[in-house]
Design a protein. Structure first.
Length: 224
């Protein structure tokens, strides 16, 4: 904050006899924000948990993403190994520092696991999504060392783990969760909303996968 702006705000606070951190004033502001009229939200995604899961899978597969369901997170390493093998890819995967991924039993596979951001040399990477949007089959990922944004765009094959419990009916429901998770001063710099593999129809309106990022998106949904 510039010194002139700070001076002006301090003068206003003195004239009002407040410091800016009073609980009652803060609570009143939060209540007013919460009671603010909400925008129109389509009814398509307003379902129970099972309905949201089914709709998410339908929409994700409709945009050429592949989806599998797993009973619990411990099955992820073997599912990743199977995907790489079936797609004739090297037994190697890159991930960030997300503890939800790092602590999985990778040692039960023969995969070479590397960590950190991608420099564009990785064929496959895995990330953990913070949310899924049922009405569009969209994955929501936050930037940071846990799940570097480079993993979303540089490798040819992007594998994403998503907890079924984190599937919302609509995109609007993601933002309150984001604010609650991080709070002021801790928000991620980037929120990536990913719907299917990268694609472009610029040339003769023909869809080309992998135009600006991964040509394959594989979603592993943890139901347990």
């Amino acid at each position: 904050m510039t010194s002139s702006r700070a001076t002006i705000l301090a003068s206003i606070r003195r004239s009002l006899g407040v410091s800016g951190d009073e609980r009652m004033r803060i609570a009143a502001v939060e209540e007013r924000i919460e009671r603010a009229p909400k925008g129109l939200i389509p009814a398509r995604g307003q379902r129970d948990a099972a309905g949201k899961l089914a709709l998410f899978i339908e929409k994700a597969e409709g945009v050429q993403a592949s989806v599998i369901s797993l009973a619990d997170a411990s099955a992820v390493p073997e599912a990743v190994a199977t995907y790489l093998r079936e797609n004739n890819l090297p037994a190697a995967i890159r991930m960030g520092e997300d503890t939800r991924l790092k602590t999985l039993p990778w040692d039960k596979t023969t995969l070479a696991v590397s960590h950190g951001r991608s420099l564009g040399l990785d064929l496959a990477a895995i990330s953990h999504a913070e949310a899924g949007v049922a009405e569009t089959g969209t994955l929501v990922l936050f930037s940071g060392a846990e799940n570097p944004t480079t993993l979303n765009f540089l490798p040819d094959h992007h594998l994403v783990v998503l907890n079924a419990a984190d599937i919302t009916g609509d995109l609007e429901s993601v933002w309150p969760r984001l604010r609650k998770m991080y709070g002021k001063g801790g928000m991620p710099r980037t929120v990536n909303c990913i719907t299917g593999p990268s694609r472009s129809g610029d040339i003769e309106q023909t869809i080309l996968l992998g135009a600006h990022g991964p040509r394959s998106l594989h979603i592993l949904i943890i139901e347990g």
